[in-house]
Design a protein around this ligand. Structure first.
Ligand code: PNS
Length: 160
């Protein structure tokens, strides 16, 4: 039974995140989506909102569960019995930060691997920050977030 962790802030979840979660769910027996509960990152969406949006977009993925964590990612991975952390890599710009994180995590906990999946080409440019900027300015985010949560994201950002 291979369990992996897909960690992130998911503020909010985008089609880019869903691409990675769906592909991980096809590769591994169980995927734990780990939502960082860290107020120092000052997220727009509360932890409950971020979890709610992820639950709504992953109902079709029977081997995916949504959880929250704080503290160290590798500690959470150990608690969940996960053998790896799966992260999406968009462009070269992501590489340096993600590489550093993976090296630190390896030092902290050698038995938890980091696996990078290249983001699918159509989502190379996409981030939660871009989605928030477009929605807050009244733009159309249909291309960037799952349809079933689009209106919730728009309502929330227009009423901030
Ligand atoms: O979506 P994000 O904001 O890029 O996700 C970043 C995340 C949650 C993967 C990263 O911030 C993280 O792992 N935080 C937990 C703290 C930790 O374990 N840091 C690594 C050692 S310094």
């Amino acid at each position: 039974m291979k369990t992996v962790i897909c960690p992130g802030s998911f503020d909010p979840v985008t089609k880019g995140h869903m691409d990675i979660i769906e592909r991980a769910s096809r590769l591994f027996d169980k995927v734990v989506v780990a939502v960082l509960n860290n107020s120092s990152k000052n997220p727009c969406f509360t932890i409950e909102e971020r979890i709610g949006l992820l639950k709504e977009t992953t109902t079709h993925l029977k081997n995916v569960e949504i959880e929250t964590f704080d503290g160290l990612l590798v500690d959470f991975a150990k608690i969940k019995g996960a053998s790896a952390v799966v992260k999406g890599l968009r462009a070269v710009t992501d590489f340096e930060y993600e590489f550093q994180m993976s090296m630190i995590n390896k030092k902290l906990c050698p038995e938890v691997e980091t696996i990078f999946l290249n983001t699918s080409q159509e989502y190379m440019y996409l981030s939660s920050s871009v989605v928030k900027q477009i929605a807050a300015a009244g733009g159309d985010i249909s291309l960037f977030v799952p349809e079933e949560i689009r209106d919730k994201i728009v309502d929330r950002l227009l009423n901030m």
